[in-house]
Design a protein around this ligand. Structure first.
Ligand code: NAD
Length: 320
């Protein structure tokens, strides 16, 4: 009998085609969270991104479930303990989105350094009337070259960000409690031999990173406690910035807004929120914040890599 897969948050076409070519049935019609328990018994595999919550109720309802696939990095929307108790294997695709998330960090950085977020909000309606005003507002732009980028969390995405930062001529300092150093190979461009251009970055204390950096970017797992709150912000340089493309809650949103309003921090770039959609709306209304709606992995390239990697993992799970 064919194996049935529910890709409830979608799957890239390339991955779907690969699975179907191997005889799997892939259903991409989204079922709302509340209706999932009554419909899940038909499926052997549940594939999700971050929207569908694979909680105890869902796992218990999936009487035929053998595999849960999380297309992406974070597994915080899957009850891993209960899945293990029910002998349901959980797989994810941790590396496929690193480049996309790292590029989004720089999209936010470039934006806040030149106030593009304000120009983009105002110019469509008032670009003519307020042209000179906007020119003045953004007159004090900042270059990234030669600035210090502090990276908190030096895993896959943190190291990809470091690679790009070095390419831009930035200094990089990093903190990771579980990593002493990392070799950053500049293999971004095929013409650059990665062996020839490689930097070893020794991690330093969190305090050092906070004190030295012009911008801090976070690439830590989501957790219960914020990695940056008012005590950490107090250690940062006046007029510095924070980018959060990791997980909502790793930066305390109220403390961030307070620091941006007081001028202690000059910029922020925010892709992820404590609650999604955001309920603390103050963070959405500041001129010095560049915003996106949790789109770190949302590129065609990342989704294709995720779809292909996920389909390979599913095929090999059922073959073995
Ligand atoms: P990773 O596991 O490769 O790296 C995380 C690193 O953080 C590890 O090296 C770990 O040792 C370190 N770490 C753990 N606790 C820390 C702490 N308190 N302070 C500093 N470092 C700490 O993970 P990754 O693939 O690099 O992903 C990083 C984050 O990006 C995750 O939270 C992931 O969910 C998020 N992410 C977001 C998007 C998005 O759409 N915005 C997309 C993909 C991943």
């Amino acid at each position: 009998m064919s194996i049935r897969i529910l890709a409830n948050d979608g799957i890239d076409k390339a991955g779907k085609v690969k699975l179907e070519s191997q005889g799997f049935i892939v259903d991409t019609n989204r079922i709302e969270q509340a209706d999932l328990p009554s419909k899940l018994h038909d499926y052997d595999v549940l594939l999700v991104r971050s929207a569908t919550k694979v909680n105890k109720e869902i796992l218990d309802a999936g009487s035929n479930l053998k595999l849960v696939g999380r297309a992406g990095v974070g597994l915080d929307n899957v009850d891993l303990v209960h899945a293990a108790e029910k002998n349901i294997k959980v797989i994810n695709t941790p590396s496929a989105s690193s480049t996309s998330v790292a590029e989004l960090v720089f999209a936010h950085l470039f934006s806040v350094c030149r106030m593009l977020q304000v120009s983009n909000r105002i110019m469509p309606a008032e670009g003519n009337a307020k042209f000179n005003e906007l020119k003045k507002l953004a007159a004090n732009g900042t270059e990234l070259k030669s600035k210090t980028l502090g990276i908190l969390g030096f895993g896959r995405i943190g190291q990809e960000v470091a690679r790009m930062a070095i390419g831009l001529g930035m200094n990089v300092v990093a903190f990771d409690p579980y990593l002493e150093k990392a070799d950053i190979k500049l293999s971004i461009h095929p013409a650059i031999s990665s062996d020839k251009y490689s930097f070893t970055i020794n991690t330093v204390s969190k305090e050092e990173v906070l004190k030295q950096s012009d911008f801090i970017t976070l690439h830590v797992p989501g957790g219960k406690e914020a990695v940056i709150g008012k005590n950490e912000i107090a250690l940062m340089k006046d007029g510095s910035g924070i980018i959060n493309c990791a997980r909502g809650g790793v930066v305390n949103e109220q403390d961030l807004v307070e620091a941006l309003k007081s001028g202690k921090l000059a910029y922020a770039g925010v892709d992820v929120f404590e609650k999604e959609p955001p309920v603390y709306e103050d963070i959405l209304k500041l001129d010095n914040v560049s915003l996106s709606a949790h789109i770190g992995a949302s590129t065609k390239e990342a989704q294709q890599r995720i779809g292909e990697e996920m389909s390979d993992l599913i095929i090999s799970f059922f073959k073995s």
